[in-house]
Design a protein around this ligand. Sequence first.
Ligand SMILES: NC(=O)c1ccc[n+]([C@@H]2O[C@H](COP(=O)([O-])OP(=O)(O)OC[C@H]3O[C@@H](n4cnc5c(N)ncnc54)[C@H](OP(=O)(O)O)[C@@H]3O)[C@@H](O)[C@H]2O)c1
Length: 267
Amino acid sequence: MPENGLGFKGIMKRHCQRSMVCLNLGFMDWKDRVVLVTGGARGIGRACVEAFVSGGARVVLNYRTSENDARRVVEDLGAAVVAVQADASNEDDIRRLFDTAEAKIGTVDLLVNNAGVVGRAKFPDLTGDALMDMLRINTTGPYMVTRQYFRRLGDRQGAVVNIGSMRVFQPTSVDYAASKAALHNMTISLARAMAPQVRVNTVAPGFTDTPMHEGNRNRLEDEARKSLLKRYSAPEDIADAVLFLASDRARSITGQVLLADNGRSLA
Ligand SMILES: NC(=O)c1ccc[n+]([C@@H]2O[C@H](COP(=O)([O-])OP(=O)(O)OC[C@H]3O[C@@H](n4cnc5c(N)ncnc54)[C@H](OP(=O)(O)O)[C@@H]3O)[C@@H](O)[C@H]2O)c1
């Protein structure tokens, strides 16, 4: 991401310029809350980490391979962030992630299931094993992280926000769309299972300018042209939606999918 090395004040200034979150939702809601963001070192996850910290939360930033990016976020944001390496699709790693989070920062109040991957293989080249890998990361992973979160929550009130995808409504690749569709559906069953203690919702982004699209800017521009609002999203746009659903302002909302796709799926 081009914003690295701005420092805490620089990042907060940029956030307040790009987003109303720190003005409207931030300082009001997050003080003393502990938030876990999976895949939080870059892209949408990083924007969520920054937005929560700007509002006074303490954040557990999970990363899998992006160690340098994670280190930079911690350097920029300081003691409010603890970075923990873990594969969010591996049950042992997830247990260790929560053990470390609890030891270093406290019980996780709010969870953002952001970690995810896209596939490149098309049908019929896509193998069954590759499909299973995608489902493990994009669907089973968020399930296992949520399960661990709920088991450790005690009697606290909580909220889970999953990152789904607009691609559920306009499927292209079999594996990605199927994995996110399952996540959207799981949002309802988990909202039922954890009510009334925990609200569960999903933000379904459309095309968003993150490292996921590195080397493919033409695609982003093309998708922007096809959208109703003639734009693609910045990671901060998606973070705004995530923070809203995680906040008490969404206190009457559970089991829902919020599309944040600039109207692309309607075009
Ligand atoms: N960008 C878009 O247009 C778009 C649209 C719709 C939905 N989304 C969804 O938004 C979420 C964030 O994606 P992004 O666009 O910000 O892309 P990104 O920059 O590629 O970020 C994906 C993040 O997921 C993490 N991750 C992947 N597998 C993991 C695992 N097993 N354990 C822990 N972390 C893992 C990666 O961590 P490491 O780098 O540390 O490995 C990375 O930080 C994903 O769920 C994606 O499907 C994105």
